[in-house]
Design a protein around this ligand. Structure first.
Ligand code: ADP
Length: 448
């Protein structure tokens, strides 16, 4: 096994990975920016290297600095976590050429699947249904109009290099399509340094269902079941659960099979997530592959009992997948609520500042993944996710009751969080019935 790994990330996911390494007897090197220098979670790492200024471009996204730190500290592998460099093919490539194991898929796979139009082509070639739309990148206005006429409005314009729910625009007619096109291209250029966009039919009343996959270096590929991430705001997930409350056993099997098919097509290695939308009629459509560990991975860990981070590290080391598909036995129902340092009553304004009091929930079936504590200073420079509350119970009803109890117990003072909103959402009768779609939150918010 590796003796020393670098964790090229920050916050809750850095701590999550450091913890897995400690349990595996692997030393860790954490990196941090100037703004995180005094963060308490860094004490859990064996070595910490400050690699740059608070701005991510100079630190958590700074490949030369990270590689220099890796060379100085003599690490064997880098776990990129999620976000930052986790899906950057060039970074994986630099690791490969520096003889550092990148804990994730090969750079070539990251590049292929990181481009959503390429990923769509792979799905089509393997007879996995995709949302009707453009075959490839849309070149000009006329082509966009032609496609929209063919598939019918509403359509959604998406960035080929997109991620994090950014750069998507829905158009309901020719005028809004023409107007949105230029804006979407500009947004894609500034957010992803790539203006390429493509068009899909906008699936109304959709559900988001994704499949956790795992591959090793010997061609073994399995899935660990699905997660339902329909509860979103602005295409960003708020609550995730497994199993999905809204699909039949048959549909579950079909979706999981389709996910494995895509993974096989690219000889996928390590952890990944194949995302789908499911429409009102129960038809499913591939949308993208996330070539990394997901924020919501604990949901799968709770129902399968498998530690996904340890599994990632073992596979990166070159071990064979030691789990057989038939032996995976998902138990109970797991639910995750993301806690953001944002004020829902004030336009979800970020809440940088000091946490003055902190008392997380506990009890049977409750897990809290977080790096914060009383006295922790939330930096304005990074994503506002500060914690994840995950529960696992026998039934969905019990899981919801447990989550309500846990969120009610959670005390955070000094800043506002999305906990009250999550409580309202999971207490809603429509959520209890499993009868929601990706617009559920926006519809509720627009009604005040
Ligand atoms: P990102 O990579 O930015 O997360 P995705 O393609 O994964 O983007 O989509 C994120 C979310 O956007 C989906 O879960 C869904 O809510 C919405 N979305 C994406 N494509 C469509 C579509 N064709 N129709 C309806 N909603 C969509």
């Amino acid at each position: 096994m590796f003796s020393r790994i670098m964790v090229a990330n920050r916050g809750e996911i850095a701590l999550r990975i450091i913890r897995a390494c400690r349990e595996m007897g692997i030393e860790t090197v954490a990196i941090c920016s100037k703004s995180d220098e005094n963060a308490r979670y860094l004490k859990q790492a064996d070595i910490t290297v400050c690699i740059g200024p608070p701005e991510s471009d100079g630190s958590y996204l700074n490949i030369p600095s990270i590689i220099s730190a890796a060379e100085i500290t003599d690490i064997e592998a880098i776990h990129p976590g999620y976000g930052f460099l986790s899906e950057v093919g060039h970074f994986a490539e630099v690791c490969e050429s520096s003889n550092i194991v990148f804990v994730g898929p090969r750079s070539e796979v990251l590049k292929k699947l990181g481009n959503k139009t390429e990923a769509r082509k792979i799905a089509i070639a393997n007879k996995v249904p995709v949302v009707p739309g453009s075959e490839s990148v849309v070149k000009d206005q006329q082509q966009a109009l032609d496609i929209a006429h063919k598939i019918g409005y509403p359509v959604i314009i998406k960035a080929s290099a997109g991620g994090g729910g950014r750069g998507m625009r829905v158009a309901h007619n020719n005028i809004s399509l023409v107007n949105s096109l230029a804006i979407a291209q500009r947004e894609a250029e500034s957010a992803f340094k790539d203006p390429s966009i493509y068009i899909e039919k906008y699936i109304e009343d959709a559900r988001h269902v994704e499949v956790q996959i795992f591959g090793d270096n010997y061609g073994n590929i399995i899935h660990l079941g699905e997660r339902d991430c329909t509860l979103q705001r602005r295409h960003q997930k708020l609550v995730e659960e497994s199993p999905s409350p809204s699909i039949s056993e048959r549909l579950r099997e079909d979706i999981c099979k389709a996910a494995v098919k895509i993974a096989r097509a690219v000889n996928y290695t390590n952890a990944g997530t194949v995302e789908f939308l499911v429409d009102k009629e129960g038809k499913f459509y591939f949308i993208e592959v996330n070539t990394r560990l997901q924020v919501e991975h604990p949901v799968t860990e709770m129902v399968t009992g498998i530690d996904l981070v340890k599994q990632q590290i073992r596979i990166a080391y070159g071990e064979r997948l030691n789990i057989k598909q038939k032996k995976i036995n998902n138990q109970g129902v797991s639910l995750e609520c993301r806690v953001y340092a944002e004020d829902p009553s004030n336009g979800f304004r970020p809440q940088p500042g000091k946490i003055t009091m902190y008392n997380p929930p506990g009890g049977r079936g409750v897990r809290v993944d977080s790096h914060v504590h009383a006295g922790y200073e939330i930096s304005p420079y990074y994503d506002s996710l500060i914690s994840k509350v995950i529960v696992n119970q026998k039934t969905r009803e019990e899981a919801i009751a447990c989550m309500k109890r846990a969120l009610n117990e959670y005390e955070i003072e000094g800043i506002k969080t999305t906990i009250p909103l999550s409580l309202e959402l999971i207490s809603h009768p429509q959520f209890a019935n499993g009868n929601i779609n990706t617009n559920f939150v926006e519809n509720l918010l627009s009604k005040g």
